[in-house]
Design a binder for this molecule. Structure first.
Ligand SMILES: C[S@@+](CC[C@H](N)C(=O)[O-])C[C@H]1O[C@@H](n2cnc3c(N)ncnc32)[C@H](O)[C@@H]1O
Length: 404
């Protein structure tokens, strides 16, 4: 796993005929071998200290901030979405999620047949409903902290159901629960608390629970406890190594570009395992407290709840691995911007500054008139993220690296 991660960081010039991406950032590790060995001890020590230090109101405030932020986000219509500076990056991220979801659903269908049951934790406004429809699942539980957001999600589902009423295949059934996945016991809120789930998905949200060990454990328990053995817990999160690497390279605690900004609020020399807080601002999309998810701790917590890490891969590497197999999908989803643009179309980024990588690429190929790419600024954001997948261990299975 680590070797693979190391390898993927030292690229990158994409020589695919359809696409090319800017050079990715090199990372500075902030975990040492020693740190890794001591993770268990650190987690426990940290947990005791943090529990004494942090009052409930401090935790409560951050959760309220997050809920308020997402409740206030406007439901943008397609025309204004089409004008967005980050249109292609959003589509690209959606493509990543689609591929991650379909890869795992397909594996599950091979073993368990077609009636797949899914929990979408922190589902937002239901941005993945169409993906669940395309995967032809049987049942979906949607949960989110923000009540207005949840209502949007439910409305969207009802709309989908109405439009699907004449379709050949019936739409999956669904239930909707407003709850805090880092504090509430989700199973108790399910219509059927004894439900056995095949897949749990948590997209762009798991990092909210790393505020404290208590919250991370609650989230992990929620993700794992209803999963059947062999089921998957999948998701997307910012890669803490990359965030910290960029932070270490900048003066002060603030870095970014014209579309994103990160500001850290903790000790730069030794970020804590939990509660390593930063604000992530992205073109009006996210602007609330988030927390570093330190992979070795994430992995250890998962072991405690019977989940074994199967995949942790940054978006750039995942894209490289999956692009050929899912080429028509990325074109259909408009996950890349055409360069050079068509005569009546403007590039979303700065034509001089944001496309040097594409320009260079075009100079070295003679048989391509156009390629698909992302602007440098968008690439700097999306390459911060990683996909993950855990598998629920089968009873009696000895977990790999249990004692590391
Ligand atoms: C970036 S959005 C992602 C939404 C969706 N998963 C997607 O990929 O489109 C993060 C979502 O996580 C939700 N969230 C944040 N903290 C949460 C918590 N503690 N419990 C439940 N939902 C939470 C927010 O309300 C928001 O809808």
């Amino acid at each position: 796993m680590n070797q693979a991660k190391e390898k993927q960081n030292d690229k990158h010039s994409h020589d695919d005929e359809r696409s090319t991406s800017p050079k990715s950032f090199k990372r500075v590790k902030y975990d040492t071998e020693e740190n890794l060995k001591n993770t268990s001890a650190n987690v426990d020590a940290h947990s005791n200290k943090k529990m004494k230090e942090s009052s409930n109101s401090e935790i409560y405030d951050n959760t309220v901030l997050v809920a308020e932020h997402y409740n206030l986000l406007q439901n943008k219509d397609l025309t204004s979405r089409g004008k967005s500076r980050i249109l292609y990056m959003r589509n690209f991220n959606n493509w990543i999620k689609s591929v991650l979801i379909s890869e795992h659903i397909n594996k599950l269908k091979q073993t368990y047949g077609s009636h797949i049951k899914v929990l979408d934790m922190c589902c937002g406004k239901g941005g993945d409903l169409l993906k669940w429809k395309m995967s032809d699942i049987g049942y979906l539980i949607c949960t989110d902290l923000a009540d207005v957001t949840m209502q949007h999600c439910q409305d969207r589902y009802n709309d989908l159901k109405r439009r699907n009423s004449h379709g050949r295949n019936s739409l999956f059934r669904a239930e909707f629960i407003t709850a805090d996945c880092t504090k509430d016991h989700l199973r108790k809120k399910f219509k059927d608390p004894s439900i056995s789930l095949d897949l749990v998905s948590c997209q762009f949200a798991f990092h909210y629970c790393f505020e404290s060990l208590q919250q991370a454990e609650c989230m992990m328990k929620n993700a794992s406890e209803c999963l059947k053995p062999g089921g998957y817990f999948i998701g997307t999160i910012p890669d803490a190594y990359d965030l910290v690497s960029r932070w270490q390279k900048c003066d002060g605690n603030n870095f970014g570009n014209d579309i994103y900004n990160v500001q850290f609020f903790c000790d730069k020399t030794k970020p804590p395992l939990f509660g390593a807080k930063y604000h992530f601002q992205l073109e009006g999309v996210v602007n609330c407290p988030e927390f570093l998810v330190y992979l070795p701790v994430f992995r250890k917590l998962a072991v405690k709840f019977g989940l074994e890490l199967k995949l942790f891969e940054r978006f750039d590497s995942f894209y490289e691995r999956m692009k050929d197999k899912n080429k028509s999908l990325i074109i259909r989803m408009m996950g890349l911007e055409t360069y050079p643009p068509y005569s009546n179309v403007s590039l979303v980024g700065d034509p001089e500054r944001d496309y040097q990588h594409a320009k260079q690429y075009m100079q070295n190929v003679s048989d391509r008139r156009q390629i698909g790419t992302l602007s440098q600024s968008e690439w700097e954001v999306t390459s911060l993220y990683a996909v993950f997948a855990f598998e629920k261990v089968k009873t009696g299975t000895k977990m790999e690296n249990q004692n590391t």
